[in-house]
Design a protein around this ligand. Structure first.
Ligand code: ZN
Ligand code: ZN
Length: 339
């Protein structure tokens, strides 16, 4: 009997175009879910993998920000449900999971980051299907969240939810946000949503900084004014400058430095005298994705304006070229359209 196949965009090596290849559509086993992808967005880390700045296994199917419809499932969800899921699969049983650190699970699996094997191809968002292993944290998407906005939930929005959870309390506080890309803009809007008194955004790109004012941010924070400073740049210069905004007993949360860079210089005397708290956040827990969806369903800020392009899977190399040349916060791919 012939096996039905579907398409996936395969990453081979930095600098090389992705190829569109056909693979057998998998059958589900115990606890698994098969999803037909509606939309996937290109995250900054996909761009860095493509250029080689970031190391990633290959060949692989990139894309970890996506939304789809359930085709078949052995869970309590149903075929036809429009869902997102945690981009980080965690076991729930190891020491880190039991301490609530799901994002640092000893058996971590990340969609869009695993090498394909002869029996496993649909592991990322830039494909017509994705197979979710047993135990994946799945969430139904509220009807009022459009597909491209739902796509960003399980990377950008959920990560910001984790950062704000670590930075809490937010209500009534002054927040300074370094970097006004998708995560920084999301942080501006979510901090306002959580009742921040004032949110300031800083970006070296004047256009992005101006965009932040449409997501609740003010400009030009004063020194020693912030209860919380959040870094989404990963840029050592920006992080060093961010320290000046911290008031006494403030929190400095670092979330942008996911690539190796030069060490930053920290004024130890200020850390001590001002009783500062400095913490890192990487990835998120399933509860943060739930919080992200609640926020996207409730927010009045228009995230759809941050997602540009409407590319089919066959046009994925054009989509990456557009993302590199125009640098919109996100570019959208619709793998099951216009093939
Ligand atoms: Zn991402
Ligand atoms: Zn674990």
């Amino acid at each position: 009997m012939p096996v039905d196949t579907a398409l996936a965009a395969v990453f081979h090596a930095p600098g090389q175009p992705l190829t569109i290849d056909a693979f057998p559509i998998p059958k589900i086993n115990q606890g698994e879910t098969l999803v037909r992808i509606r939309c996937a967005t290109i995250c900054g880390s996909d761009l860095h993998t493509r250029t080689g700045r970031r190391n990633s296994p290959s060949p692989s199917v990139l894309g970890h920000e996506m939304v789809g419809d359930i085709v078949a499932t052995d869970t309590s969800f149903h075929p036809g449900d429009r869902i997102t899921w945690s981009m980080v699969w965690s076991c729930g049983a190891c020491d880190n999971c039991l301490r609530g650190l799901h994002s640092k699970c000893d058996h971590l699996y990340k969609f869009g980051h695993a090498a394909i094997t002869p029996t496993s191809h649909f592991t990322g968002g830039f494909a017509q299907y994705c197979l979710l292993p047993a135990g994946t944290a799945i969430f139904k998407i509220p009807d009022n969240i459009p597909d491209p906005v739902a796509s960003i939930a399980n990377c950008a929005t959920a990560t910001v939810a984790a950062v704000l959870r670590k930075a809490s309390p937010i209500k009534g506080q002054t927040i300074v946000i370094l970097g006004a890309g998708m995560l920084g803009l999301t942080a501006c809007a979510m901090a306002k949503h959580q009742g921040a008194k004032e949110v300031f955004a800083i970006d070296t790109d004047p256009q992005r900084q101006a965009l932040a004012t449409q997501f609740g941010a003010s400009l030009n924070p004063q020194q020693n004014s912030a209860h919380v400073v959040l870094d989404f740049t990963g840029n050592p210069d920006a992080m060093e400058q961010g320290i000046q905004y911290l008031r006494t007993a403030a929190a400095f949360i670092l979330a942008g430095a996911v690539f190796p860079s030069r060490p930053i210089e920290l004024p130890a005397e200020q850390i001590v005298r001002k009783c500062l708290r400095i913490e890192g956040v990487h990835n998120y827990s399933p509860n943060d994705l739930a919080a992200a969806l609640d926020f996207l369903a409730a927010t009045t800020y228009n995230f759809e304006t941050l997602i540009e392009g409407h590319y089919s899977l066959n046009e994925i190399n054009e989509a990456f070229a557009f993302a590199h040349s125009h640098k919109p916060p996100r570019v959208a791919i619709y793998p099951n359209e216009k093939q």
